[in-house]
Every structure is written in structure tokens, then in C-alpha cells.
Design a protein around this ligand. Structure first.
Ligand code: FNR
Length: 348
């Protein structure tokens, strides 16, 4: 019951604490080109993420399940929105259902509502291969996420304190699961060192889960009496984290996520080298405040405006958009320069 209550707390406190808008995208500017040379009607947003072909690079990132009927209803409606807009969708951590099978319905509902959609399962770094297989089978997953979230766990009053062995468990799951594996952060970002470690054990899809949007240190601090305030500002902003990750190896597929809310931030993330985009907190807020129909309208608006931005940039498809020129300035420039990454390659 404690776990199920935590799932409801996360939703309510995430909505209360909101999105920080500190992901660094204001430091990234497109270089305007006056002769785009393409027609909006021909813009194609089909995306490839680590062997998965998606009709949109944008997907609904992991949020919920395991909190009884309330989370079942949210997952049902997110799955309907995904189905109606052709988007992929991840469920929240399925450990709740691994430990308590009565919670399975709150996850299985996504496959019932979206039998032909691309669905992504989710567990934490403590998961075994056997648990990952059960969770993947539970929703007939097309891909699977393992979240790594040390700062959230350390801030969570009842969280894990032992992070030994995660990399070798990830290696085993990656070898044995049978569907593409995505390793994701949850809003603290990933450094190039972390991405190198993951790449060295065979991981090929990274979701940077950058800082600046939903903040799980703030969420967990709301749930504890002695506040660990120093973690509230801890993390690598999303724009910098995408660049850190994509510079590790061209063989990696990088998902940009963490505070992404609008089509311009999506386009900037792809121009920085991401192949896909995960959005969590913004979709949850639209759904909670305005309902399913408005969420579908919001996703359609994002897709329409994203294509308009691609047209302005002369990018007929996602691989052209990933070559669009950007200038990186401000804190993101300073961060990346000190980290030994040459920002000028994005501008030339
Ligand atoms: C999350 N997130 C998350 N991630 C994960 O891998 N497993 C999970 O169970 C959850 N649960 C969860 C609940 C709620 C209410 C929210 C808002 C988010 C994290 C999410 O997938 C994402 O990484 C972060 O929220 C950062 O992205 P946004 O929200 O800034 O777009």
C-alpha cells in the first residue's frame, strides 16, 4: 500500500511543484535560412530510435501505474491519446505490479486501449532480468526502459541507499530481454561519463532525462521532514546533457527529455543530435487540468507547429533537422566548453 500511495503522491506533488523551465534551451538559437526550399506538405516526421520506427519522434514518457484505479484511469487516457495521435508511450515503473499482481490492470490497460501502438515498459536499476521479462510481457512491450535515479532515491525518505551492481544488471537485461532497451534518467541528466559506461556494456539507447523540468528532488523533499535542499538544484540541464550524450558515439540513439514542453524545444533537441523526444510532466498537467480531448488537441498542435518549424529550417525530414545549424550561448556554452566539447561544430 505504501508503494501505491507513493505513486499518487508523485502525481499530485509533480503537478504542484510543476516544471522549472531551466533546461537550457534559451541558450540554443537556430541560424535562420531565408531560402528553405521545401513545402510544408512534404515534411515527414517519421523517426528512428534505436531500431524502432515511429510515426513521430515525440513520445509520452514514463509516469504511472501501480496506484490502483486512479493510475489505471490516467494510463488508459494517456494510451488513448497515444493511439489517436500515433505516438509511442511508456508506462511508469512496473515494480508495483511485480510485487503485487493486483496492480497489473493499471499497466495492462495501455495495451488494451492501444493494441497496435508502440508501448514501452519500465523498471528501476534494481530489476533482475526475470523481472524485466515479466514486466515487458505484461504490456507486450515493443521496447523497455530502465530508469536510473540515484538522487531521487537518496531524497526519497523510504528510497534505496545501495547503488552497487546496477551497471552489470543493465548489461544482463540488455543481453537477454529481446526488445530494445532504453536507459533513462528522471530529471537529473546524464553526463558523457555515465553514457560511456552504459555504452561500454552494450547499451545503445539513452534517454538523458535532463534537469530543468519535473524535479524529483523537490518532489521527494515535499515528502520528507528533514529537507535535502542541496539536491533541488542538482543535475545537468537537458540541452547540455543531450550534447554530452551524443558526443560519446554516433552509434548511440539519444532521447532528449526533461522539461520539454513545446515544438521549438523539440526542434532544438533534435538539432543538438537527439533522435527522439520524451515528454512527461507537461502532458500530465494538460491531462489533469483540461482532460483527454484537450491533451489530444495539444499533441496535434505540437505536431503541426513542429512541422511548421521544420519548414522554416528547410528540413524535409528528421535526419535533415538533425543537421540544422544552431548557435549555443550562455550557461550551456560555458558548461560544454569546460567539459571539452566544441560547440562550434553545431554552428558551422
Ligand atoms: C515520472 N517519471 C518516471 N520515470 C520513470 O522512469 N519511471 C517512473 O515510474 C516515473 N514516474 C513519474 C511520475 C510522474 C508523476 C512524473 C511527472 C514523472 C519521470 C519522467 O519519465 C521524466 O523522466 C521526468 O519527469 C522528466 O521529464 P519531464 O516531466 O520534465 O518531461
Amino acid at each position: 500500500m505504501e508503494r501505491a500511495q507513493r505513486k499518487l503522491d508523485h502525481i499530485n506533488i509533480a503537478l504542484k511543484t510543476g516544471q522549472q523551465r531551466k533546461s537550457g534551451f534559451e541558450d540554443v538559437s537556430f541560424v535562420h535560412q531565408s531560402l528553405p526550399g521545401i513545402s510544408l506538405d512534404n515534411v515527414d516526421i517519421t523517426a528512428e530510435i534505436g531500431g524502432l520506427t515511429l510515426s513521430s519522434p515525440i513520445f509520452i514518457n514514463a509516469m504511472t501505474g501501480g496506484g490502483g484505479l486512479e493510475t489505471e484511469k490516467i494510463n488508459r487516457e494517456l494510451a488513448i491519446a497515444a493511439r489517436e495521435t500515433g505516438m509511442a508511450m511508456a508506462v511508469g515503473s512496473q515494480m508495483g505490479a511485480i510485487k503485487d499482481p493486483s496492480q497489473e490492470a493499471s499497466y495492462k490497460v495501455v495495451r488494451q486501449e492501444n493494441p497496435n501502438g508502440i508501448l514501452i515498459g519500465n523498471l528501476g536499476g534494481e530489476a533482475t532480468v526475470e523481472q524485466a521479462k515479466r514486466a515487458s510481457d505484461m504490456i507486450e512491450a515493443d521496447a523497455f526502459q530502465i530508469h536510473i535515479n540515484a538522487i531521487q532515491e537518496l531524497t526519497m525518505p523510504e528510497g534505496d541507499r545501495d547503488f552497487a551492481g546496477i551497471l552489470s544488471r543493465i548489461e544482463e537485461i540488455n543481453k537477454n530481454l529481446g526488445v530494445p532497451l532504453i536507459i533513462k534518467e528522471v530529471g537529473f541528466g546524464m553526463s558523457k561519463e555515465t553514457v560511456e559506461q552504459l555504452h561500454s556494456v552494450g547499451v545503445s539507447i539513452i534517454d538523458v532525462g535532463g534537469f530543468g523540468g519535473t524535479n524529483f528532488a523537490r518532489i521527494e523533499n515535499e515528502r520528507r521532514s528533514k529537507i535535502l535542499g542541496y539536491f533541488n538544484e542538482w543535475g545537468i540541464p537537458t540541452a547540455a546533457s543531450i550534447v554530452e550524450a551524443v558526443n560519446v558515439s554516433p552509434a548511440l540513439s539519444v532521447v532528449g527529455s526533461g522539461g520539454i514542453q513545446n515544438p521549438l524545444e523539440i526542434a532544438k533537441s533534435l538539432a543538438l543530435g537527439a533522435s527522439g523526444i520524451g515528454i512527461a510532466g507537461h502532458f500530465l498537467k494538460v491531462h489533469k487540468e483540461s482532460g483527454l480531448e484537450q491533451l489530444i488537441r495539444e499533441i496535434n498542435y505540437i505536431h503541426d507547429d513542429f512541422k511548421i518549424i521544420m519548414t522554416a529550417l528547410g528540413a524535409i525530414n528528421i535526419s535533415e533537422l538533425r543537421k540544422a545549424k544552431v548557435v549555443i550561448s550562455g550557461d550551456t556554452y560555458h558548461w560544454l566548453t569546460q567539459r571539452g566539447i566544441d560547440c562550434t561544430s553545431y554552428a558551422k
